[in-house]
Design a protein around this ligand. Structure first.
Ligand code: NAD
Length: 439
């Protein structure tokens, strides 16, 4: 028997509202995919909450369980979707325009998807220069917060939801660093009252959600809930938060390959990544201010994994380059090229080439699902503030100020699974194996 105590987790009773600022390619691929799964038209591939098993106890016990049977998660049938977007397209129209899922899959669900219409967004063109939309709210920032809160209350009421979770699936905002306005809750609220231009739209959604106790997960790389004021608010309100930037294509590969090469103590002189994509996300990222946000998120990964200062002989001269090119014909089907210059025994150079023909939103949709379900679980389990155990899903995992972020996908997976074991009072697995040796 385990010596660990089970955490009290409130049951997942009633409907869960999944609130999505941004109802573009990722959000509609997620919504349509969940509905298709509910109707038996497809499988939720890529989702740990729906497909993964984890081991329990010692290897000799041969105990495994599906995550969804192990912890009390909301079921797919209990999910209700809502969102905001400056473009007024309903989910069926937006999914059809995004062209991620085929019309064969979408058409039978058109009636349902057409009922999901975005609420007017908190949108400011200066943060996303390549977009314009008429479906927007007006007013000063404090008033915009109140409008979002009002939207949420009305949505929960109309759809008879017991709880909600918010996942930011909107465009990447222009690069900005945390300023004095972001350093404490008091400073942030003063800035809000003064309609300070340093407060981005995503921060308005995040503030409203976190204040209402609604878990907030950020799927884009912009500054949204990852600064002291928002962390303070999350702690005070008992709200789980996490981010940022869904880990999907090239960075997913980086966090799989780099830890493996480092584990073998192979050196690296350079990693050159470039990719082309032609969806609306690619168009937004074609603006240098928005690309800068993405670039910072993508670049930090290798440095953290390889630790050049600890291993100067292996990684001192590492050159890491990342570029994204908007190339319309490719649509959502991004193509990425990676050239990795590695170094082996006696300094002999070798190369690895990766050509990933991926589908951006197909990789992102299951992440939205898992974050929504795990965010809700965390809330019901009384977990508040930064949810580092969800680092698995993010390019730039949010972490406590005192520690560095964990990027290694396999370390992240162990952390996530151990967190689930911990919640239900199961033994944590440390892979020491001494018990088997002694047996
Ligand atoms: N697909 C992936 O693999 C992936 C990976 C990591 C991060 N992301 C991020 O996820 C986000 C969504 O990607 P996508 O491909 O769906 O993009 P998209 O352009 O198709 O959808 C984004 C939507 O957000 C809307 N929007 C912009 N500002 C808004 C605001 N203030 N409030 C509400 N809605 C707003 C846009 O009108 C658009 O419909 C982007 O920020 C992207 O960088 C995607």
């Amino acid at each position: 028997m385990s010596e660990f105590k089970q955490t009290r987790i409130a049951p997942a009773e009633g409907k869960l509202a999944v609130l999505l600022p941004g109802m573009g390619a990722v959000a509609t691929t997620f919504i349509a995919g969940v509905e298709a799964t509910r109707r038996g038209l497809g499988k939720p591939i890529g989702s740990l909450t729906q497909m993964a098993h984890i081991r329990l106890g010692k290897r000799s016990e041969k105990r495994w369980a599906m995550i969804k049977d192990l912890v009390p998660l909301a079921t797919l049938d209990d999910l209700v979707f809502g969102g905001w977007d400056p473009i007024p397209d309903d989910a069926y129209t937006a999914a059809s325009k995004a062209k991620v899922l085929s019309q064969d899959l979408l058409s039978p669900m058109s009636e349902y998807l057409s009922t999901i219409r975005p609420m007017p967004a908190v949108f400011d063109h200066s943060w996303v220069k390549r977009l314009d939309g008429k479906n927007v709210k007006t007013g000063k920032k404090r008033h915009l917060v109140e409008q979002i809160e009002q939207d949420i209350r009305a949505f929960l009421d109309k759809n008879k939801c017991t709880r909600a979770v918010m996942v930011w699936c909107a465009s990447t905002e222009a690069y900005c660093e945390a300023g004095p306005q972001h350093q404490s809750l008091e400073a942030f609220e003063k800035a809000l009252d003064k309609n300070d231009p340093a407060i981005a739209p995503s921060q308005i959604y995040a503030y409203a959600a976190i204040r209402m106790g609604i878990p907030y997960l950020n799927g884009a790389p912009n500054l949204s809930a990852d600064f002291p004021a928002m962390i303070e608010l999350a702690e005070r309100k008992g709200t789980p938060i996490g981010g940022k930037d869904f880990k999907t294509g090239q960075t997913l590969m980086k966090t799989i390959i780099a830890p493996g090469l480092k584990a073998r103590m192979l050196g690296m002189e350079g990693w050159f990544s470039t990719n082309i994509l032609g969806n609306r996300d690619g168009e937004v990222l074609d603006d240098p201010a928005n690309f800068k946000t993405k670039e910072v998120s993508k670049l930090s990964v290798l440095e953290q994994i390889l630790e050049p200062s600890r291993y100067p002989d292996l990684y001192r001269d590492l050159q890491h380059k990342v570029s994204i090119h908007y190339y319309k014909p490719r649509g959502d089907n991004k193509e990425g090229w990676d050239n990795i210059d590695i170094v082996g025994w006696m300094g002999y150079p070798m190369q690895i080439k990766v050509n990933f023909l991926c589908r951006d939103s197909i990789l992102a949709a299951p992440i939205v699902l898992d974050l929504a379900l795990f965010g809700d679980l965390a809330k019901r389990a009384g977990m508040k503030g930064i949810q580092e155990w969800l680092s698995f899903y993010f390019k730039s995992p949010q972490h406590a100020a005192s520690v560095y972020p964990e990027h290694d996908l396999f370390a992240q997976k162990v952390r996530l699974e151990n967190n689930l074991r911990y919640l239900i009072g199961e033994e944590l697995i440390n892979y020491l194996g001494s018990d088997y040796t002694n047996e």
